[in-house]
Design a protein around this ligand. Structure first.
Ligand code: BEZ
Length: 195
């Protein structure tokens, strides 16, 4: 959260493996009440306007429950990620950097972040592709989605690299940091690659 002294940002996607500049603390943890899905299209990073790729967003669990998600349902409402602390003198620079880096449909929100293995809670800002944004794709068949990711690429590189780095980044956070959606997509994407 923004205070006069510092600014915390929650990363659950590319920020997990590509940190923002000028952070001085990185804490693993989670937010509750959300579900992470590869349901945001990407025309500027992992895809192009003629062939958009797919990146993650987080969706309020209460809204997600109203959708027909073909992915095996998970009872989890916990999204693991990291919180980065940015000192006051760098806040404007980092905000500007992230607004340019992550502009495709995301908007800025505030969420309570729970630090792993502690009672500490930190208000964090987070970029969310809400269901109203034009890049929100919504429920997709996981096997089709994995194929789509394998075949997409954009200015930031191959879409599969984003998926695999996210999967690896989550494993490194905590033994509790599971995400069935990501783990399943990694498995399906590797299967497609080996065919
Ligand atoms: C992230 O948490 O890594 C992130 C997700 C969407 C936009 C920007 C950053």
């Amino acid at each position: 959260m923004t205070t006069d002294e510092e600014y915390w940002i929650f990363g659950y996607g590319s920020l997990l493996f590509k940190p923002p500049p000028h952070y001085d603390q990185r804490l693993p943890g989670y937010v509750k009440g959300y579900v992470r899905r590869f349901w945001q299209s990407s025309i500027d990073h992992r895809g192009v306007p003629e062939a958009p790729g797919r990146v993650v967003t987080i969706i309020e669990k209460s809204f997600w429950q109203t959708l027909d998600d073909p992915h095996p349902a998970s009872d989890s409402d916990t999204v693991w990620g990291v919180a980065y602390r940015i000192k006051a003198e760098y806040v404007d620079y980092v905000k500007n950097y992230l607004d340019i880096r992550e502009q495709n449909g995301y908007s800025i929100h505030t969420v309570p972040f729970h630090v792993a293995d502690s009672d500490r809670e930190i208000p964090c800002i987070v970029y969310i592709g809400t269901p109203e944004n034009e890049a929100f794709v919504g429920p997709q068949d996981p096997a089709e989605l994995a194929k789509h990711i394998i075949h997409s690429r954009g200015p930031s590189g191959e879409n599969k690299e984003y998926l695999y780095k996210l999967g690896e980044g989550l494993k490194d956070l905590s033994v509790h940091a599971h995400d069935e959606h990501i783990e399943e997509l990694v498995r399906l994407a590797k299967q497609v690659e080996s065919e």
